[in-house]
Design a protein around this ligand. Structure first.
Ligand SMILES: [Zn+2]
Length: 443
C-alpha cells in the first residue's frame, strides 16, 4: 500500500473524517459557487447548515453534466461552478464530450496534487512498486489521462510513455526495455492479443507480468479478462476515474475482486437507481449508477455528480487490507438498453458471448433496431467467430440460448467472420443503432 495508514483506515473512521470535510466543502460551495448557491436554494437548501452532513446527502439534488455545460458563456467558458480565482488555477484539462465543444476542468495546485495522490494509490494497488518499469499508451495531451501519468512518478516507477496508436513502437519498447507492466485500455489490450497472434509475436513470453487497464468498462468482465490474461500471460487489474471528478479514482488490488477507492478522503461515493435518481445503499451486492461528490476540491467542486457508470458493489473485507466498498463497472448507463422491461448492458452481452471462446473471437456488436433505450425483442447481436471458424447454426443457437438464460432477453444472433467487427486501439463501441450507419455492413 502506498499510504497504509489511509488505505487501511476503518471505513467508519473514514466516514467520520469525510463528514467533516463534506460540511466544509458545502460551506465553500455556498460561499464561492454561484451554480450551487442557486441550485441548492431552488431545492430548498438556503445554507450549508440546512444541507446537513453526509448522512443527509441523498436529500440534495443530483448534478448532471449538461446543467454545468448550460452555464458556460463566452465570458465564462468553464461554467458558473468555477469557485477559484484565475491566479489559483494551475491546470485546465478538457474532456472531448459528444457534442463537439469541450468541457473544461480547472484545477488548483492542491486539486492536482490530490488527483495524483488518488491515482497513485489506485495504480499502486495493482502490486506494481517503486523501481519497476511500466510502459504507458495514453496520450496526455489536453485530456485528464495526463494527470494519471504523474501518478507513476509518485509511485516511483520507471515510466516509458509511448502514446496511443503506435503498436510497432510499443512492442519494440516491450521487447527492448522489458517493462514489468503495461497500462492501456481493455480494448487496446485485446487488440494487441490479436496483433501478436497474427505476427507470431510472443506476447505471453514477454516481460509484462501486469496489465493495468483503464479508460472504459470491460476490464473486470471475467471471460474478457481471462482472454486478456491468457493472451498476455499476465495478471490483469483495472482502474477507473471520471474526468470531471478525478483520474483513476478507483483501482483494483491483486485479489482482483473489484476496485478500491484510491480517492478516499477526496471523493464520496453513492449509488442511485438511474431511472429514478433514488439513492441505493452501498451494501454488498448492490448495483446502480455511481454518483460522486468532491470533499476537498477548490477550483470547481461538484456535488452529487452523475457519472453514468453503472457499478456493482462489494463490501466484504478484502484480503489486501484496504477497507471500504469496492466496485466493478458493468457499463455506461448511456449504453444501457431496456428489452421488454429488462435492463441490458452491452458489456454483459459480450461477457456471456466470450465464454464461447475458442469458437468466438470475443468481439460483439449490439445493433438495436429502434432509436433510444427501449427495445422490442429480439435484440440483434453480431458475434464474431474465431479465426478460421465457419458459421454454424448450432453455435448461434447455443449463444442465443445462453443469452436468454443469463440475461433473460431474446436476441437474434448473427455470426460474422473473423476480422469483420472493428477493432479499437483506444475504446470499443459495443452498441450501434442500426439507423446510424445504414451503409456499413459490419462496422
Ligand atoms: Zn484489495
Amino acid at each position: 500500500m502506498l499510504e497504509p495508514e489511509v488505505e487501511s483506515r476503518p471505513w467508519k473512521e473514514q466516514q467520520a473524517l469525510d463528514d467533516a470535510r463534506y460540511r466544509t466543502q458545502l460551506a465553500y460551495l455556498f460561499e464561492r459557487s454561484a451554480f450551487y448557491r442557486e441550485k441548492l436554494a431552488a431545492a430548498g437548501f438556503p445554507s450549508a447548515r440546512a444541507a446537513g452532513g453526509l448522512a443527509d446527502i441523498a436529500r440534495l439534488p443530483l448534478t448532471e453534466k449538461r446543467e454545468i455545460r448550460a452555464t458556460c458563456t463566452p465570458e465564462n467558458p468553464i461554467g458558473t461552478h468555477l469557485c477559484a480565482p484565475p491566479a489559483e488555477i494551475v491546470r485546465i484539462y478538457s474532456t472531448s464530450g459528444t457534442t463537439g465543444s469541450p468541457s473544461y476542468i480547472p484545477l488548483t495546485a492542491g486539486d492536482l496534487d490530490n488527483w495524483v495522490t488518488a491515482s497513485a494509490r489506485s495504480y499502486a494497488a495493482s502490486g506494481i512498486a517503486a523501481g519497476r518499469r511500466i510502459v504507458s499508451t495514453y496520450n496526455a495531451g489536453p485530456f485528464v489521462a495526463g494527470a494519471a501519468l504523474a501518478a507513476f512518478d509518485r509511485i516511483g516507477l520507471s515510466h516509458i510513455p509511448v502514446g496511443t496508436g503506435n503498436t510497432e513502437r510499443l512492442m519494440l519498447a516491450i521487447e527492448q526495455l522489458r517493462p514489468e507492466a503495461a497500462v492501456l485500455t481493455p480494448s487496446y489490450a485485446a487488440y494487441l492479443v490479436d496483433w501478436a497472434a497474427e505476427r507470431n509475436f510472443d506476447l505471453r513470453g514477454s516481460s509484462v507480468e501486469r496489465v493495468l487497464v483503464a479508460g472504459e468498462p470491460g476490464g473486470g468482465e471475467p471471460a474478457f479478462r481471462a482472454n486478456l490474461e491468457e493472451g498476455w500471460g499476465a495478471r490483469v487489474t483495472e482502474a477507473m476515474g471520471i474526468g470531471d471528478i478525478g483520474v483513476s479514482l478507483w483501482g483494483e488490488c491483486e485479489e482482483q475482486d473489484g476496485m478500491h477507492l484510491g480517492a478516499r478522503g477526496f471523493v464520496h461515493p453513492e449509488l442511485i437507481e438511474p431511472e429514478t435518481g433514488v439513492a441505493v445503499a452501498m451494501e454488498d451486492g448492490a448495483g446502480g449508477e455511481l454518483v460522486l461528490t468532491h470533499l476537498q476540491h477548490r477550483a470547481a467542486p461538484l456535488l452529487r455528480f452523475r457519472t453514468r457508470d453503472h457499478v456493482q458493489v462489494r463490501t466484504n473485507p478484502c484480503r489486501c487490507g484496504r477497507t471500504g466498498p469496492r466496485v466493478r463497472c458493468i457499463g455506461r448507463t448511456d449504453d444501457m438498453l431496456i428489452v421488454r422491461g429488462v435492463n441490458v448492458f452491452p458489456s454483459a452481452v459480450r461477457e456471456v458471448v466470450s465464454a464461447f471462446a475458442p469458437d468466438v473471437s470475443g468481439h460483439v456488436l449490439v445493433r438495436p433496431r429502434a432509436p433510444g433505450v427501449k427495445q422490442e425483442p429480439p435484440l440483434p447481436v453480431r458475434v464474431e467467430l474465431a479465426r478460421g471458424r465457419a458459421p454454424d447454426s448450432a453455435l448461434a443457437d447455443a449463444i442465443r440460448e445462453r443469452l436468454r438464460n443469463v440475461l433473460v432477453i431474446q436476441t437474434r444472433v448473427d455470426l460474422v467472420p473473423w476480422g469483420s467487427l472493428r477493432r479499437s486501439e483506444y475504446k470499443s463501441k459495443l452498441v450501434e443503432h442500426e439507423e446510424r450507419s445504414p451503409k456499413d455492413p459490419y462496422l
